[in-house]
Design a protein around this ligand. Structure first.
Ligand SMILES: Cc1cc2nc3c(=O)[nH]c(=O)nc-3n(C[C@H](O)[C@H](O)[C@H](O)COP(=O)(O)OP(=O)(O)OC[C@H]3O[C@@H](n4cnc5c(N)ncnc54)[C@H](O)[C@@H]3O)c2cc1C
Length: 400
């Protein structure tokens, strides 16, 4: 095969991770050529999800120069109400005195901002997607695309949880099917949400109602309701009125009443973890490396921290971006944050799913504790914001 392009880093994928990786790496390493092997596919155009961007993502996207655009399209979360079915206690985590707890953005807006930003950087080129098994050699890797090869010194796999390249390279994955689905919809509200988000634990599963920007004069919120797979499928197939009635029946009294619901989608949830995230000349990132339970809204925020750390390590090390010692150093630096975020994402739904009396009492005490003890509340909100791990410097401080 002929080599149609020689680059320093090739990023395979067309989703949020791939575009963020290309941006972070292109800014951290302005002398290096980055290829985004995405073809014309774009995640987001048909994605019904929203993403709650944490304070750590805000900090990193600010370094990437993208925060003003993202902020303009998102809604700040100014307060969070954590509550449980039929239980009298609620924890209010806010209102946030200074910075909001996070910003909610519709995934299609996130995708559009990332795609625009990529076109503005001269050292990123968009090329066709990978179309065969990459062949590694001492100096780099040949990635088949269409009828040619792309020769790169580092390959970043960012193809999502079902990554074909990861499978072709024999990287083992641990898949755990949660047996539940997330029911996703947008709801119109009877009044202003005032930036209040709800994390409510229903009998069937946790539900998040996240404030969205006002559109065409309409107050809106995004619903993410984790339900047994059959129930989620039923509600997604039913007329929106049925889903709306089910939602109205479980929401806590503090929530502004939903008055209309868009057609809903049910997304099956599973955890996917790779055994290896780096090899010589290879990094596996985003959902391809760790796809988490979405209830705590951590998956993409964790990935943004991973990518910032990768960009920082490669910038500081200089030279060959595919050198194994630098990649191992990166992987080690991310272990603690990834482990803690994974536990947090699993622990939260498991804790609130239990119907055992001692667990229910403990939960109520936990909610009371959060409401009464500011340091406890602080620990939880800092964790959700991704502030437990220091943010990496994608670009040199001197360049800011
Ligand atoms: C219901 C739900 C709610 C969530 N909410 C939040 C939240 O509030 N906050 C948060 O931080 N995270 C959240 N997440 C997690 C977040 O959505 C994921 O972390 C994020 O989608 C990961 O992006 P990704 O690009 O790695 O994978 P994906 O989003 O799966 O994208 C991968 C893309 O690459 C494409 N692709 C595959 N193979 C190739 C190839 N060979 N070439 C080119 N392209 C290819 C795929 O078609 C796909 O478009 C949520 C997840 C779910 C399911």
């Amino acid at each position: 095969m002929t080599v149609s392009a020689r680059v320093d880093i090739a990023v395979a994928g067309a989703g949020y991770t791939a575009f963020t990786a290309a941006l972070a790496l292109a800014l951290a390493l302005p002398q290096q050529r980055i290829a985004l092997l995405c073809g014309t596919r774009r995640e987001g155009e048909a994605d019904p999800r929203v993403t709650a961007l944490s304070a750590s993502s805000r900090e990193i996207f600010s370094q990437l120069g993208l925060w003003p655009e993202l902020a303009a399209r998102s809604e700040p979360i100014r307060d969070i109400c954590v509550s449980e079915r039929k239980a009298p206690l609620r924890a209010r985590l806010g209102p946030a005195a200074g910075a909001p707890f996070g910003h909610v953005i519709e995934n299609r807006d996130l995708a559009a901002c990332l795609a625009d930003a990529v076109t503005r950087l001269a050292n990123i080129q968009c090329l066709p997607p990978a179309a065969g098994v990459p062949r590694f050699h001492a100096e780099g890797c040949a990635v088949p695309v269409a009828d040619d090869d792309i020769e790169t010194r580092l390959l970043v796999i960012a193809e999502g949880a079902d990554s074909p390249l990861r499978g072709q390279l024999g990287i083992a994955v641990d898949v755990r099917d949660y047996g539940v689905s997330a029911l996703l919809a947008t709801v119109a509200l009877a009044g202003p949400h005032r930036g209040l988000a709800h994390e409510h634990f229903t009998r069937d599963g946790p539900l998040a109602l996240l404030p969205l920007p006002v559109r065409a004069g309409e107050e809106r919120a995004a619903l993410v309701w984790v339900l047994p797979r059959d129930r989620a499928g039923e509600l997604a197939a039913a007329a929106p009125g049925l889903g709306l009635a089910a939602l109205q029946a479980v929401l806590p009294p503090e929530a502004v009443a939903p008055v209309e619901m868009s057609p809903a989608t049910a997304v099956p949830l599973r955890r996917v973890l790779t055994a290896e995230q780096v090899r010589s000349r290879l990094v596996v990132a985003g959902n391809a490396a760790h796809s988490l339970h979405p209830v705590a809204g951590q998956g993409f925020n964790l990935t943004v921290r991973d990518l910032a750390a990768l960009a920082e390590r490669l910038r500081v090390a200089g030279g060959d971006p595919g050198a194994l010692p630098t990649l191992l150093d990166y992987a080690r630096s991310r272990e603690a944050d990834q482990r803690r975020t994974r536990y947090f994402s699993e622990w939260l739904p498991a804790l609130f799913a239990s119907r055992a009396l001692p667990v229910r009492l403990g939960r109520q005490l936990g909610l009371l504790g959060m409401d009464l003890v500011p340091p406890l509340r602080r620990v939880l909100t800092d964790f959700g914001a991704g502030l437990h791990a220091p943010a990496a410097r994608v670009v040199d401080d001197a360049d800011l």
